[in-house]
Write a protein that binds this ligand. Structure first.
Ligand SMILES: [Zn+2]
Length: 92
């Protein structure tokens, strides 16, 4: 069964990455990025994590992954710069 938001549109499923609800899915208005059309519909899809240990652990794993992804992106950009500077990259 599809959930409609207060606008009558199909609610979109997203994932919370707050400290209190890391990895917890919820439904919301598809216009959430536009404050003039967002109807603020909100409904949890997943139950709460069983306790604070899980919340903290899940949040920390998320932060660690995000940081590692940022480091990888920076290292890849640096690699391209080095390749360009030594003439290995012909596309830039
Ligand atoms: Zn809406």
């Amino acid at each position: 069964m599809a959930n409609l938001c207060w606008c009558g549109q199909l609610a979109t499923c997203r994932t919370s990455w707050t400290m209190n609800n890391p990895g917890r899915r919820f439904l919301g208005c598809p216009n959430y990025l536009d404050p003039t059309t967002n109807c603020n519909y909100f409904m949890w899809v997943d139950v709460e994590l069983p306790n604070q240990w899980y919340q903290r652990r899940m949040y920390q794993l998320h932060v660690n992954l995000r940081d590692a992804q940022n480091e990888l992106r920076n290292a890849q950009a640096e690699l391209v710069q080095v390749q360009v500077s030594i003439g290995l990259c012909r596309f830039m």
